[in-house]
Design a protein around this ligand. Structure first.
Ligand code: NAG
Ligand code: NAG
Ligand code: NAG
Ligand code: NAG
Length: 348
């Protein structure tokens, strides 16, 4: 794999050297004084925190979407995610066990296969997406579809080591059913998807055509999950729809190779030209590099590389990144936002 340019900045190189040293010394003492006992202690702390959250969700909220820890109650948040003003909330939606789906891969990482199996069995018998709820495509993709697909891959690995035959691709069938419900969102003149769909009825007649780059770019940010779903099911429609949207979005970049943050999926025109690496657009960069790593196609690398160089040239100011107008590269907002924090991870 080609290494990203420009080459690693000095602090990143130091970390690499430190990690190499740690590996050479057998990791007896980690880079920052984490000896064996301390690491064991921290590991148990992580386990404790996970089970605190998980068990309380299962006790007070399951099968609703999320736990409200202070009131020990629940919220069916799938229709609230990305919905800042909490508009058009469903009247008759009782949750999709969202937190359970999102926890499945953690259960495997923590070695709890009993609970993992229990979760899979519950979901395969009880989860349905035939619900009258308006959801945000981007959020539903990263959480539910992504959660189901990763858990499916882990379940496949696990069941291949066992003979009891409990796993029959149930999670993949659920992912397929969900992916199918995403497809109507892509039926726009540009191929860029609506940001919102109703899981049961598809796109509503009065639905907004406005979307943010990462949501609409769902084109950009659906390609990972929908690409994997196509490869696992053999149904090419998912990857094709997401790739078409991504290519359309990339064709809308400015002469500086920058994209905006909000656009109209019907006209294919930008609504907000001010852009950066934070909310509304961050996942565009994140998904390009991840998709390249996963699928290895040069097309993703070329897009990522051009987009990355433009970010370094127009948004970077010393160690910080500000927002700038995609047409001129002139700074717009001098602000640091939480979503930007992923950038060093992407560079590493
Ligand atoms: C569409 O119209 C219906 C009926 O008036 C309304 O309940 C719903 O909230 C509207 N949806 C949007 C996205 O405007
Ligand atoms: C949601 O829960 C309420 C209250 O228990 C119930 O009346 C309703 O039928 C449920 N709706 C669905 C779609 O399951
Ligand atoms: C798995 O999780 C369940 C639920 O929290 C717990 O009761 C059980 O002890 C865990 N098993 C292991 C091996 O950690
Ligand atoms: C499905 O849900 C019902 C009602 O909560 C429950 O009784 C049943 O055990 C669940 N199925 C599985 C396989 O856990």
């Amino acid at each position: 794999m080609r290494s990203p340019e420009p080459s690693l900045p000095a602090p990143a190189r130091l970390v690499v050297v430190a990690l190499l040293l740690a590996a050479l010394t057998g990791g007896a003492v980690g880079v920052d004084g984490y000896g064996r006992a301390r690491r064991l202690h921290m590991k148990n702390k992580v386990l404790e925190m996970f089970y605190h959250a998980y068990d309380n969700y299962m006790t007070y909220a399951f099968p609703h979407d999320e736990l409200k820890p202070l009131t020990k109650s629940f919220t069916d948040s799938l229709s609230e995610l990305g919905n800042l003003n909490l508009e058009h909330l469903p009247q008759d939606y009782n949750g999709s066990a969202l937190t359970l789906v999102e926890s499945l891969s953690s259960l495997v990482v923590l070695g709890n296969f009993t609970e993992f199996e229990r979760g899979i069995l519950w979901l395969s018998e009880n989860l349905t997406f035939d619900v009258d709820a308006r959801i945000n495509l981007f959020e539903c993709n990263i959480r539910l579809l992504g959660g189901l697909i990763s858990a499916h891959l882990l379940a496949k690995d696990y069941s291949s080591q066992r003979k009891d035959g409990l796993y029959h691709d149930q999670l993949l069938h659920l992912a397929d059913s969900l992916g199918n419900r995403f497809l109507p969102a892509f039926e726009t003149p540009t191929g860029l998807p609506y940001a919102w769909i109703n899981l049961k009825y598809g796109v509503m007649e009065n639905e907004t055509t406005e979307t943010s780059t990462h949501q609409g770019v769902v084109g950009g940010s659906l390609i990972l999950e929908m690409g994997v779903l196509s490869r696992l099911t053999g149904d090419s429609r998912y990857e094709a729809a997401a790739l078409r949207a991504l290519r359309k979005l990339w064709s809308m970049r400015s002469s500086l190779n920058l994209v905006g943050t909000t656009l109209d999926v019907f006209t294919g025109k930008w609504i907000e030209y001010s852009s950066g690496i934070g909310a509304g657009v961050y996942s565009f960069y994140e998904y390009l590099i991840k998709t390249y790593i996963l699928f290895g196609s040069d097309e993703y690398w070329d897009m990522f590389h051009s987009a990355y160089l433009a970010v370094q040239k127009y948004f970077r100011h010393g160690p910080w990144y500000h927002d700038a107008d995609m047409r001129t590269g002139e700074a717009t907002h001098w602000q640091l936002t939480s979503h930007q924090a992923f950038w060093p991870g992407l560079q590493f």
